[in-house]
Design a protein around this ligand. Structure first.
Ligand code: ZN
Length: 458
């Protein structure tokens, strides 16, 4: 029998109905999720990539990339990994291609995984160290909440996951040497304040371009002679992490799109991302930058249109989608960032937490609401039965919602609610190919199981 959908339901909506069992677009059958994450691992297998005549990039030596440009009488290092141990190994392997002294180090931005290993590259002759004028502004704004950010960071990256649960971190491998993180940081000595600033280092012409995006202090580096563009973290092989679930201040999404658009204008023959494999070939290197910029802009614009139509973040997070011609591009697969998280971040970034609906001006205390939900269900027992039924029907997100109500009920079976939450999180994780979501679900479930979380948190 042919299924007839009402004319207003699009094909995409029809298929969404058919797969309503998945709580989000980054969930697929567990075997498929594993297959996709395994395939993404190829983006950070440890190797030195010869990008062009004089550019070498070390991929997979830590979470991020470090690159070496070989000049006449010295080399230039772009980004330095998180700590001197990993950076030292990368340098040793770079030395197979050139033993010239390090004349300069360039930081694309101030995130720890790009700056903490600099000391490994500093020899007897002190190199100049370049960064933008606003270097370091990225993470300082919400220092007050560092204690909780640390916990969320561990979950997002799956730092405490056993090997059996670890996959990857979206744009980085699951395991990195982090004990010496930040120990090798050397402060910048030359600050760039102007886009297009040109330098000649060791006979190599380079241009610095301010590129606010993942951080406000980011820049990209253009090497005209070999048409190599070093993108920093505004581009890598995944939909961008426009919001990090570890908890970050607003990342200026519109600027991010503009910055990547500027990169595309150079029509590079090689693009070296901050994470994942370099891309070579004029069309191969330029098209992803154009698409990336367009994808970010589209998510931003759709969200803004929705906001101005009076829609709230919960609805918009489900409505906004990547344009049809972009959604199957491998470099826009949501391994690291996700569209719905970006939508929520844009909403809050532009308007703050209030969605404009007076019903949400003063929402009920969650404990009082849990009582009302139990009454609505026909009592706590009936609500508990609904939670179990949700698991049987594989409606894991709904099971999570109900377990969160039951945890507040005096007469609720809180042990059962906790067990079901653990189980639902693991089932959701198995379906996730978005690495931060997957890592967060699994880490949280392990914490709940070990009793590490307080009652309020579960
Ligand atoms: Zn990074």
């Amino acid at each position: 029998m042919k299924t007839i959908y009402p004319a207003t339901i699009t094909l995409a909506a029809a298929s969404a109905l058919a797969f309503a069992v998945f709580a989000s677009d980054t969930q697929v059958k567990p075997e498929r999720a594993t297959e996709m994450l395994n395939a993404q691992n190829q983006q950070f297998e440890k190797k030195i990539v010869k990008v062009s005549d004089s550019v070498y990039t070390a991929v997979g030596y830590h979470g991020a990339n470090t690159s070496m440009i070989v000049g006449d009488d010295g080399v230039i290092i772009i980004d330095t990994l998180r700590g001197p141990f990993s950076a030292g190994i990368a340098l040793k392997d770079f030395r197979k291609y050139s033993d010239k002294p390090v004349k300069a180090i360039i930081y694309t931005h101030s995130h720890g995984d790009h700056i903490g290993g600099a000391s490994a590259f500093v020899g007897e002759e002190k190199p100049d160290i370049y960064a933008t004028e606003t270097f370091g502004s990225a993470e300082g704004v919400n220092k007050a909440v560092d204690p909780v950010k640390r916990k969320r960071n561990i979950r997002q990256f799956g730092r405490d996951l056993p090997a059996s649960q670890a996959t990857n971190r979206g744009v980085a491998p699951a395991n990195t040497h982090d004990k010496d993180g930040g120990k090798g940081f050397v402060p910048p000595t030359i600050l760039i304040s102007e886009s297009g600033h040109k330098v000649n280092i060791a006979g190599v012409d380079l241009e610095f371009h301010l590129a606010p995006g993942e951080t406000d202090d980011a820049m990209f580096i253009w090497m005209p002679k070999e048409k190599v563009l070093f993108a920093g973290d505004n581009f890598y092989h995944s939909f961008p992490n426009l919001y990090a679930i570890r908890g970050t201040a607003y990342r200026d999404v519109l600027n991010w799109s503009i910055s990547v658009g500027k990169m595309a204008e150079f029509e590079p023959h090689h693009v070296v991302p901050g994470h994942t494999m370099p891309i070579s070939g004029q069309e191969a290197a330029t098209a992803p930058l154009k698409d990336y910029s367009e994808a970010i802009r589209s998510v931003y614009d759709q969200t803004v249109v929705g906001i101005n139509a009076g829609k709230g973040p919960n609805l918009l997070a489900h409505e906004v989608k990547l344009p049809e011609h972009l959604k199957n591009k491998s470099y826009l697969t949501e391994f690291y960032g996700t569209v719905p998280h970006a939508v929520r971040a844009i909403y809050v970034g532009l308007l703050g937490w209030y969605d404009g609906n007076p019903s949400t001006l003063n929402p009920m205390d969650p404990r009082a609401k849990a009582q009302k939900i139990a009454e609505l269900a026909g009592g706590t027992q009936a609500l508990t039965a609904q939670m179990k039924a949700a698991m049987e029907k594989k409606e894991y997100q709904w099971a999570l919602d109900l377990s969160d109500h039951i945890k507040w009920l005096e007469d609720g079976d809180r042990d059962l609610a906790r067990k079901i939450k653990i189980e639902a999180l693991r089932e959701l994780a198995a379906q996730e190919y978005n690495a931060p979501n997957r890592n967060y679900y699994l880490s949280y479930a392990n914490e709940l199981e070990s009793g590490a979380l307080s009652e309020v948190w579960f």
